[in-house]
Write a new protein. Sequence first.
Length: 212
Amino acid sequence: MFSAVATRNEPADLWAYLPQRRQRHSELRKLFLLTGPPGSGKTTVVIEIAERLRTKGIKVGGMTTSEVRQGGARSGFQITDISSGRAGMLARVSNVPGPRIGRYVVNQADLSEVGVKAIENARENADVIVIDEVGPMELTSPAFVKAVEAALSSTKPVILTLHWKASHPLLDRIRKEARENLLTVSPENRVTLASKIEQMMGETHLWSEERG
């Protein structure tokens, strides 16, 4: 289980806790949440943040989700491992058996082999974990839910996008714990959000002294 308990000494807009670690210094752990309607630019913001962090020598891992279009129409969704570039189909318009969200059938094999493994690898090897997104399609997989919960319980910063309206115990719990730290992406603010989050991450001193 993950949780965050604010104290009077912590900024009100932080979802943070001091992890128990075998280090001389404790690090502040931070969760950055993005939500917004389809097409608002959540994935674009996440990719820009990842690129900004990489230029600072920060290792970013995890997964992103993007649309797949054929003939100008959306035919499905692709998931991509940020670290390796490996891609798979999250869901597509199909009549084959499997979990169905609207007209899309979720590809459990690729979700597990690409998405879940990307999150697990990021938890083990990256400095920052990206999960884009936690939505109805991804949540059909118990392995995905478990991977997200493990990432949220880790000591590493997590940048996570949430589906705009979907309800699920995990989504509801994240929204409840997030408090003021849930940012809504819009056409008006998406060009500045990556810079804002990068600045917030720097201000909370997420990178330990041992990074040099």
